[in-house]
Design a binder for this molecule. Structure first.
Ligand code: ZN
Ligand code: ZN
Length: 419
């Protein structure tokens, strides 16, 4: 039985768009969605009108058991970006005849003399890495952002009126750094100890604090695995800082600001409170953190890491929060690796309040991390964002709830430790 208070919160946090009717497939499913404009209701109108009784009966009419959307096409709303994802759970059983990638399970040495990230080795610009013993941060030798660009907006001088609308450019200043997580060439973050993961968290926090003095947006991220285009297996991440808000940050900034104005509470604080009462999307959790497959996930096993209290940025995390985060990351990464028995590839990154900003000007922000892993059905079958997804909107077959359940089933000690 659905609790009224949960439903109320759920409908503040999500909008659900489902066409009533029998399960459909192929072209039919696409037509159903297109015809939604002509249906006898809109999801938003239902949400605004409905009391709890109506919501419950609507959930039944739409084939939703509890808060689960089971076996028919529907769209889910991402309140952080304002975008929708098409979910087609009825397709999850179709046969796969596409690309099969070979997992790379080659044993690596703990030190590789040819690796530009290993301690003591020479990099592309001729500098040598120090003989570091835990983490090491340096400026990327091939930085995508530079600190000394001329400022201003520009458009070609000829036909200036039209060009200023259609051919806009602006300057951007920034810096790109590399963070080596460990001197060990052969380990991944999942295989580091909690103590070592905590050191990485501390570096992320101190780098954010330092770069926030000069730059508006600090993007900490990690690309892991060859399928994510990671060119070096040595465990490392990156930090790109820029004096502008990039697209994803701008979308999240606007959506979180409007949510706070409407609900007097930050969007992701409400979302974490809601998910904490609905165990179906939780993958791992502890006293201070939650990792969930978000309701609106696009990537098959995407997760969102959320603190349980309102925190603006990584440097604001206290000692116990950092310790609990190390515990949560260790368990989440082991869970990912266990799923298909390989070091799980992903892109992950932290989003926190932009700089500068006192608490009142960025109170709509909540610190969080996104994990976007591409693997779909095995170590060798990955998801591609092509076709309808490039031209229409993102689509997935497995529901967020099914993905979370699969991850929970393997959430235990790292598979490598058991061998
Ligand atoms: Zn190395
Ligand atoms: Zn985000």
């Amino acid at each position: 039985m659905v609790q009224p208070v949960i439903m109320d919160l759920a409908y503040q946090a999500f909008r659900i768009d489902v066409k009533a009717g029998e399960g459909a497939s192929g072209r039919c499913e696409w037509r159903e969605l297109r015809n939604h404009e002509n249906a006898d209701y809109t999801s938003e109108a239902v949400v605004k009108r409905a009391d709890v009784g109506e919501l419950t009966s609507n959930l039944e009419r739409w084939g939703i058991a509890g808060s689960q959307l089971v076996d028919r096409p529907h769209r889910r709303y991402n309140p952080l970006t304002g975008e929708w994802v098409l979910v087609s759970p009825q397709r999850a059983k179709r046969p796969w005849q596409g690309q099969v990638e070979q997992p790379s399970l080659d044993a690596r040495p703990s030190y590789d003399p040819g690796c530009y990230l290993c301690p003591g080795n020479q990099r592309a610009n001729g500098e040598c890495n120090p003989a570091y013993a835990s983490t090491h941060v340096f400026v990327n030798d091939f930085s995508a952002l530079l600190p000394d660009s001329p400022t201003g907006e520009s458009a070609p001088l000829q036909k200036a009126e039209l060009a200023s609308a259609l051919l806009r450019a602006e300057s951007v200043n920034g810096v790109c750094r590399v963070v080596c997580f460990s001197p060990r060439h052969d380990l991944t973050l999942a295989e580091l100890s909690e103590v070592e993961i905590r050191q990485v968290i501390d570096v992320w926090a101190s780098q954010t604090e330092e770069l926030g003095q000069r730059y508006r947006w600090i993007q900490i991220f990690e690309n892991k695995g060859e399928v994510m285009g990671c060119s070096n297996p040595h465990p490392h991440g990156q930090i790109w800082a820029a004096d502008v808000l990039p697209n994803e940050a701008r979308k999240e900034d606007a959506r979180q600001a409007s949510y706070l104005a409407q609900h007097s509470s930050p969007l992701l604080v409400d979302y974490a409170n809601l998910e904490a009462t609905l165990p179906e999307r939780i993958v791992v959790a502890n006293e201070r953190w939650l990792a969930v497959v978000p309701f609106w996930a696009i990537w098959p096993f995407e997760t969102l890491i959320l603190p349980r209290r309102h925190v603006l940025r990584l440097p604001d995390l206290g000692d116990a929060e950092r310790q609990d985060l190390a515990d949560l990351l260790k368990r989440l990464l082991a869970t990912y690796d266990n799923l298909f028995g390989v070091p799980f590839p992903y892109s992950m990154g932290w989003h926190g309040a932009p700089f500068p900003g006192d608490y009142s000007s960025v109170a709509h922000w909540q610190l969080h991390a996104h994990y976007y892993p591409p693997l779909l059905r095995s170590a060798t079958v990955r998801k591609f964002m092509v076709g309808y997804e490039m031209l229409g909107e993102a689509q997935r077959d497995l529901t967020a709830e099914q993905a979370a359940e699969r991850l929970r089933r393997v959430a235990s000690a790292l598979y490598l430790d058991a061998n």
